[in-house]
Design a protein around this ligand. Structure first.
Ligand code: C2G
Length: 131
């Protein structure tokens, strides 16, 4: 039973997020998703998420392709999260290519970066709504 894990803010959930989660889940039999805390999101994105953690986590938890949701407090604790959830594979979009390879020697977890879905992002959606 292959266990997968991935992480994200998943603010203003969109098709690019869904495609990443579904492609990741197709590579394993069970998948946990670390949803970034509001504080972590601010430090990563330089702005507060539109939706608070509780709502972002509920949306992710409602997806058929997601088996467990937890709060991601820091990027540096990835190896701890991988161990806690017994993940065999970490899947991320390739905007993170190479950034999490450090967890491999610490956990034995495989790391895979999948192509991002082009031309869609939370930032672009916010800009479109503003426009
Ligand atoms: N993503 C994608 N295509 C898009 C937008 C996002 O494949 N058009 C992917 C990202 O590569 C990421 C996931 O969807 O793997 C979640 O994206 P974000 O919510 O922007 O998450 P991010 O800020 O990248 O946080 O510990 C890692 C971080 O928490 C990841």
């Amino acid at each position: 039973m292959k266990r997968g894990i991935t992480f994200g803010t998943f603010d203003v959930f969109h098709y690019g997020h869904l495609r990443l989660l579904e492609r990741a889940r197709a590579l394993c039999d069970w998948m946990a998703v670390g949803v970034s805390s509001d504080e972590l999101s601010v430090s990563k994105k330089g702005r507060a998420p539109c939706y608070p953690f509780e709502e972002r986590a509920r949306i992710i938890g409602a997806l058929r392709c997601v088996d467990e949701v937890f709060r991601e407090e820091s990027l540096e604790r990835k190896a701890d999260y991988i161990r806690k959830y017994g993940a065999d594979i970490l899947v991320m979009g390739d905007d993170w290519a190479g950034k999490f390879d450090w967890v491999v020697p610490l956990t034995g977890c495989e790391v895979l970066y999948l192509p991002r879905t082009p031309a869609i992002s939370t930032t672009a959606i916010i800009e479109k709504i503003r426009g």
